[in-house]
Design a protein around this ligand. Structure first.
Ligand code: AMP
Length: 435
């Protein structure tokens, strides 16, 4: 299978050759022909599968069929995305794939000034890549017009729903012509996505690739039971003992991530943090530093990390377990790729036992527990504990997915010192005050 056989135009084929892509990924092979025919598409695919080109190439080719009129022009394609980072990634990819076409790509997202975006809109746009909230601001003020939209893409629709964007999406869509091509991509076809698809898509072609949900079997999972108050000390010890190039650390809340990054800095372990409260420039800078290897540790929340094209990692550490078991899969999907050895460590407090049980049930496996000497928890993990609420456990947008509530996993428990690095944990390890 080649890109030529999918029916792409010479200008796009040239751009793909420039970019170094030789073979379409499975999601591309399935989506591109249908997209070029103008069919609506419902796609289940996550970041890393090549989904951006799967919708981006047909979108570019269809827009390029007509020579855009001279002078300022209204957007003809709208790509809705959940986060600023994803907007940047999608826009960059569209510019790259469309480099031999004369189409204009503009981004709209919050957290930065309105005026430059207004200026861009005035200058004329072919493709708008936008987060729903800020786009609404520009629609309400009359700076953005969607009455010429021919192509609509919802990227990471599941995440947009998680973030409470459904009302904003509906308001945006009320301004988009009904006569259009629509492509909706989501990590899963869960019922709420099917419901949205029913509303928005017309006899869609369904495409699905083996979800990255299937966790690579090259990943070693380990749980360290530890009291909440001692997690940061344990994390510092683990990171100090390891010589791993790059480590991604997940925290549950923005505030928690900030405090973690501060504590790591104090311990001589420089890190960068990304979460929703950081400005776009700060987040991009942090991610660039991590990708380029200038920062060894990236501390992130699920929302900030979702959809980011983070390079392969040898180690992911969950300082807190995610509130929703599927998020464990998203977090861990960043390690053990392409047959590389990966490791996933989770620091689990006694009251997070229920979350661990849900994760084990989803993985259909029990995760080895290793108590780190000096960090023994004051009580065993409460495997029946309900996920703690109100401590940042609320999903963004206030939408809490129902925690599963079925059988109880019985993880094996054994004591070990897993970090046989240069430092050993003895008698409480390195004592540090937790803030
Ligand atoms: P995406 O899932 O769209 O975020 O893409 C994930 C990564 O795969 C990006 O770094 C793309 O540049 C890359 N990619 C997408 N399609 C191809 C392809 N056909 N061949 C090689 N790399 C690709």
């Amino acid at each position: 299978m080649t890109f030529e056989t999918l029916g792409l135009s010479p200008a796009l084929l040239r751009a793909l050759a420039d970019t170094g892509y030789t073979t379409p990924t499975p999601i591309q092979a399935q989506s591109i022909p249908a997209g070029l025919e103008g069919r609506d598409i419902l796609g289940a695919a996550q970041t890393g599968t090549g989904k951006t080109a799967a919708f981006g190439l047909p979108l570019l080719q269809r827009l390029a069929r007509e020579t855009p009129p001279k002078g300022p022009r209204k957007p003809r394609a709208l790509v809705l995305v959940p986060t600023r980072e994803l907007a940047v990634q999608v826009a960059d990819s569209l510019k790259e794939y469309g480099r031999h076409l004369r189409l204009n790509v503009t981004m709209i997202f919050g957290g930065v000034g309105m005026q430059p975006q207004i200026d861009n809109l005035r200058r004329g746009v072919d493709i708008l890549v936008a987060c729903p909230g800020r786009l609404l601001d520009h629609l309400d003020s009359g700076h953005a017009k969607l009455d010429a939209i021919e192509l609509l893409v919802l990227d990471e629709a599941d995440r947009m729903l998680d973030m409470g964007f459904l009302p904003s999406i509906k308001r945006v869509l009320a301004r988009v012509p009904k006569q259009r091509q629509t492509m909706l991509f989501s990590a899963t076809f869960e019922p709420r996505i099917r419901a949205l698809a029913m509303e928005l898509l017309d006899r869609p072609v369904e495409v699905q690739v083996a979800a990255r949900n299937t966790i690579a079997d090259t990943i070693v999972h380990r749980v360290h039971p530890v009291d909440s108050a001692r997690k940061r000390d344990l994390l510092v010890d683990i990171l100090a003992a390891r010589h791993t190039d790059r480590v991604l650390v997940f925290g549950r809340t923005k505030h928690g991530c900030n405090r973690l990054a501060e504590q790591l800095d104090k311990a001589g372990l420089p890190s960068v943090a990304i979460h929703g409260n950081k400005s776009q420039a700060q987040r991009q800078k942090a991610l660039d530093a991590f990708k380029a290897g200038r920062a060894r540790i990236l501390v992130a929340t699920d929302v900030a990390a979702r959809g980011l094209d983070i390079p392969d990692l040898p180690l992911v550490i969950n300082h807190d377990l995610p509130m929703v078991a599927e998020d464990y899969v998203h977090r861990i999907g960043r390690t053990g790729r392409n047959g590389a050895q990966g490791e996933a460590l989770s620091l689990v407090a006694p009251d997070e036992g229920g979350l661990l049980r849900d994760i084990q049930r989803m993985l259909k496996a029990e995760i080895t527990m290793e108590t780190v000497p000096g960090f023994e928890p004051s009580q065993p993990l409460q495997m029946n504990a309900k996920p703690a609420q109100g401590r940042g456990g609320q999903r963004p947008g206030g939408q809490q997915r129902k925690p599963a509530n079925r059988s109880h996993g019985k993880p094996q428990q054994r004591a070990a010192s897993p970090h046989a690095g240069p430092r050993q944990h003895r008698g409480g390890g390195r004592r540090r005050r937790t803030a």
